[in-house]
Ligand binder design. Structure first.
Ligand SMILES: Cc1cc2nc3c(=O)[nH]c(=O)nc-3n(C[C@H](O)[C@H](O)[C@H](O)COP(=O)(O)O)c2cc1C
Length: 406
């Protein structure tokens, strides 16, 4: 389940593109995430993918023409469009984009689009020539100027065998944009939240690093949930194999010193900072210019120097500037979890610390966390998915931003 999609009514408009089969993936993922998905199709789309496939995935009837819209629901497309939280046209052909720009309404997709006042997200898919044509450019701009959100097609292999821009954006990217659009006006709307995620890598030489096991999953879940609640998000990612999420500012900072610069540069207008990255405490005193050779000795001694303590620097900056900002830290500990977390909460003047035992939580999909609030209770959470824990933390931030501690 994804909170922002749960019980949302999404109308998925499918049009006659070679990428229409990918609508099955979208319908399935949105349904699994908790949304109620009603599919409307153009007649051409039904040549590429059968309504039965989409009906089976959404467990709801699929509408393929305007007359069927009238027959299938109480007041036809009016009911479908007006009850929608969002209309997603994916894939959107050049032809349908042109119709939407003109305000035509002679098929199930365009009629629904003209009637609904729900936000419109379109994910175009077509050959590069069609995408780059002045007519399509103008139509897309017209729709964007009216408030439609356009998920630009990717550059890559096209059905014709050519390569260029026009490939339907990745489904996860389209779903990101749907989530961000549904989340506009959420309880973090108008707020800026900076999140750090992942591990750091401190170079020993050109080919070796000192790293850690952090996957970045927790920080990414926090950034995505914050975006879904309407926040403007800056995600500063260290090392991670995760996909770059859409709908937020994304920076990479692989070494602790880079992360320090990125954090201090991003928080000047932030309402909250969540430090979920596992930042190395130490780095090699010097990164050798040439690869360290094995040589004849049995041991190798590396001298390490302390990395900057980013949360301490943030604390100093807040004291200097009196900038009001909620700060959330993480304490990953192998022993004395609560005592160590409480000490960190005090020393760094955090508003909340998320204490979790390692190595259990590194890379795992469930978190066994204890939330300790400054001047508040300590809550031992049941095992939660990272998304569930992220919602808890953001719920705390939203509440604290509404009623700050004196
Ligand atoms: C095999 C095939 C693939 C097509 N793929 C696309 C496509 O990816 N994007 C597009 O804009 N048009 C594509 N077309 C053209 C559309 O199907 C055509 O413009 C149709 O009228 C679109 O109707 P609709 O927008 O009402 O669904 C394709 C046509 C064929 C025959």
């Amino acid at each position: 389940m994804i909170r922002v999609l749960k019980d949302k009514h999404i109308v998925l408009g499918v049009t006659g593109s070679i990428a229409a089969f990918k609508a099955a993936g979208l319908a399935s993922q949105l349904t699994q995430a908790g949304a109620n998905v009603d599919v409307v199709m153009t007649r051409e789309a039904a040549q590429f993918i059968t309504p039965l496939t989409l009906e089976s995935l959404t467990h709801r009837p699929v509408v393929t023409d305007v007359m069927a819209l009238l027959a299938n629901s109480e007041i036809g497309h009016v009911a479908l469009g007006r009850g929608a939280d969002l209309l997603l046209v994916a894939p959107a052909t050049a032809h349908t984009i042109a119709k939407l720009a003109l305000g035509l309404a002679d098929d199930a997709v365009s009629a629904t689009a003209l009637d609904t006042r729900a936000p419109l997200v379109i994910a175009p898919a077509m050959e590069t020539g069609m995408w780059e044509h002045a007519a399509t450019r103008e139509n897309v701009q017209k729709l964007a100027a009216r408030g439609a959100v356009v998920v630009e097609p990717d550059v890559g292999h096209l059905a014709s065998g050519a390569s260029g821009q026009g490939r339907l954006a990745e489904l996860d990217d389209i779903i990101d944009v749907v989530r961000a659009t549904l989340g506009r006006g959420g309880d973090l709307a108008g707020r800026k939240i900076v999140v750090t995620a992942g591990g750091t890598q401190e170079p020993m030489d050109p080919v070796r690093v000192i790293a850690n096991h952090s996957s970045g999953k927790m920080g990414f879940a926090l950034a995505e949930c914050a975006r879904d609640r309407g926040a403007r998000v800056t995600l500063i990612a260290g090392t991670t194999a995760l996909r770059t999420p859409r709908g937020m500012e994304f920076m990479t900072a692989k070494q602790a010193c880079e992360m320090q610069d990125a954090v201090l540069g991003s928080i000047t207008d932030a309402d909250a900072l969540i430090m979920a990255a596992a930042v190395a405490d130490f780095r090699p005193a010097r990164a050798e210019e040439q690869k360290i050779k094995k040589g004849d000795t049995d041991t190798l001694t590396l001298q390490l120097v302390k990395n900057p303590d980013i949360l301490r620097q943030v604390k100093a900056w807040r004291e200097q500037t009196h900038h009001a900002m909620i700060v959330v830290g993480f304490a990953a500990e192998t022993q004395d979890l609560v005592a160590n977390a409480q000490a960190k909460l005090q020393a760094k003047q955090l508003d909340l610390i998320v204490a979790n035992p390692v190595p259990q939580s590194f890379g795992s999909d469930k978190e066994q966390a204890i939330l300790i609030e400054r001047g508040g209770p300590m809550r031992e959470m049941p095992p939660l998915t990272k998304e569930e824990l992220a919602e808890e933390i953001l719920g705390f931030i939203a509440k604290r931003l509404q009623t700050p501690l004196l």
